[in-house]
Design a protein around this ligand. Structure first.
Ligand SMILES: Nc1ncnc2c1ncn2[C@@H]1O[C@H](COP(=O)(O)OP(=O)(O)O)[C@@H](O)[C@H]1O
Ligand SMILES: CC(=O)N[C@@H](CCC(=O)OP(=O)(O)O)C(=O)O
Length: 259
């Protein structure tokens, strides 16, 4: 297995990093200092995050049921209020605090701020209050980045009527990477990349991923990650990785780049 080196990314200019809810609560100071190093090396950072476990806890505390379908939370009218308040009110400020403590000028945002993530219902009958992204306000992100600020984005979208919509964090990360023209997308989660038959994969292609989903080797929360990763790869983003908190993991490459 090859190890992911931070220096590998220093030539890259603009990087979208998604911190999964699964790993967020266990990240230490050293992890966040990596971001400061990257910024010092001239990398423009955009951070997005999820918060699945925190949402699960809050839903359970309020005895609100929810379940997942292909890694997407089916979100009822009661659940969306809890998703919104947890991601925007709790998870996002806690992450902004950690980044600030590491010397990063982090600015917390969600889809409502400056119409950052304009969304509409994905399919209300199937998923309830889950959003599909219609537009990303990239000029807001550009303005922040050019001032040396790091946007930290909670995965809540807003529709034209001001209804909050729940959007999977991996989907938000990949759509923002596409909209902003990122040079790399890094999805940080609680596993060291894609594992097949107990073996972590270093390099994989979209066709292998398709086969593994069909065979059930890739399931649940890994599905929106690989889908977002493939969308970014297909759109020409040169570096797309799914990694653990040591930043070691799986690189997703186009077919011709893998022997
Ligand atoms: N092939 C696979 N390799 C690794 N993890 C997988 C795979 N298929 C499904 N998973 C699951 O995906 C999880 C990561 O997704 P998720 O829990 O949604 O994390 P996050 O909160 O970081 O988005 C892993 O912990 C694992 O349970
Ligand atoms: C629609 C949908 O699935 N939304 C996710 C948003 C949070 C998220 O993506 O958190 P992770 O990073 O832990 O996966 C949810 O409700 O769990």
């Amino acid at each position: 297995m090859t190890t992911f080196k931070l220096t590998h990314h220093t030539a890259r200019k603009r990087m979208v990093i998604k911190l999964g809810g699964s790993t967020l609560e266990g990240l230490n100071e050293e992890f966040f200092e990596n971001f400061k190093k990257l910024q010092n090396e001239g990398v423009e950072l955009i951070i997005t995050h999820g918060g699945g476990p925190a949402i699960n806890r809050e839903l359970a505390a309020s005895q609100v049921e929810s379940h997942a379908l292909n890694g997407i939370r089916v979100t009822s009218e009661l659940a969306i209020d809890i998703v919104q308040s947890t991601l925007i009110g709790k998870v996002n400020p806690a992450l902004v605090h950690e980044l600030t403590a590491a010397g990063i000028m982090a600015v917390g945002l969600n889809g409502f701020d400056g119409q950052l993530i304009a969304a509409d219902f994905l399919d209300k009958d199937i998923y309830g209050y889950v959003g599909e992204i219609k537009a990303v306000n990239t000029s807001l992100l550009e303005a922040l980045i050019s001032s040396g600020l790091v946007p930290v984005i909670a995965c809540v979208g807003a529709n034209a009527k001001g209804q909050a919509l729940n959007i999977n964090g991996d989907t938000v990360a990949s759509e923002i990477a596409l909209a902003i023209g990122a040079d790399s997308l890094l999805l940080v989660t609680d596993v060291k990349g894609i594992r097949i038959n107990d073996e972590f994969q270093t390099k994989v292609t979209p066709s292998l991923i398709g086969k593994w989903i069909e065979e059930g080797h890739i399931y649940g929360g890994m599905i929106p990650k690989v889908q977002g990763a493939i969308d970014c790869l297909n759109a020409g983003i040169p570096s797309v990785q799914i990694v653990g908190d040591t930043l070691v993991g799986t690189t997703i490459l186009s077919e011709e780049l893998v022997r």
